[in-house]
Design a protein around this ligand. Structure first.
Ligand code: CMP
Length: 141
């Protein structure tokens, strides 16, 4: 994976439960991202804690990891020039109440916690998060 060309995303449990998986994937595709890895899986509590370890001191950590392990998620690695920044623009702000019209979170999020999708915040984290979910044989880049 060439730095700068990839980001990692997860469609969160509530968005999957509400049937928004395909509409979200369509928006991602329409925005010019290519899916180079994808799987539906359910995180255990231990795995969710590990994935979000960077937030472990935050007051919302317990709720966050319980929510993220409450049902299936869809994880994917996306390819596009300047992928991390471009994807963050497409999904909108963490709090959907502040997200711009047309963004994925504005369209599909219910709350800060159930904010439809996760997106990597840096190239370094895109690589770490992709490797958390996928082996080298599952990323077609
Ligand atoms: P995500 O992009 O998955 O990265 C960390 C997540 O923590 C974030 O989206 C939110 O869903 C969640 N989060 C961030 N801030 C808060 C908060 N103040 N209250 C509850 N959840 C939060």
């Amino acid at each position: 994976m060439k730095k700068g060309e990839f980001t990692f995303t997860m469609i969160k449990p509530k968005a999957v439960e509400l049937g928004n998986l395909i509409p979200i994937l369509y928006d991602i595709s329409q925005a010019g991202f290519k899916v180079v890895a994808m799987k539906m899986t359910r995180l255990s509590l231990v795995q969710a804690k590990k994935f979000y370890a960077i937030h472990k001191e935050r007051p919302f950590f317990k709720d966050l990891v319980e929510f993220m392990s409450s049902g299936p998620v869809v994880a994917a690695v996306l390819q596009k020039d300047n992928a991390v920044e471009e994807y963050r623009k497409l999904i909108g702000t963490t709090n959907p109440a502040e997200a711009e019209d047309g963004t994925i979170r504005k369209k599909y999020a219910l709350s800060v916690q159930a904010n439809a999708v996760h997106g990597s915040d840096s190239d370094e984290n895109a690589l770490i998060e992709s490797n958390f979910f996928f082996s080298q044989f599952e990323i077609f880049a």
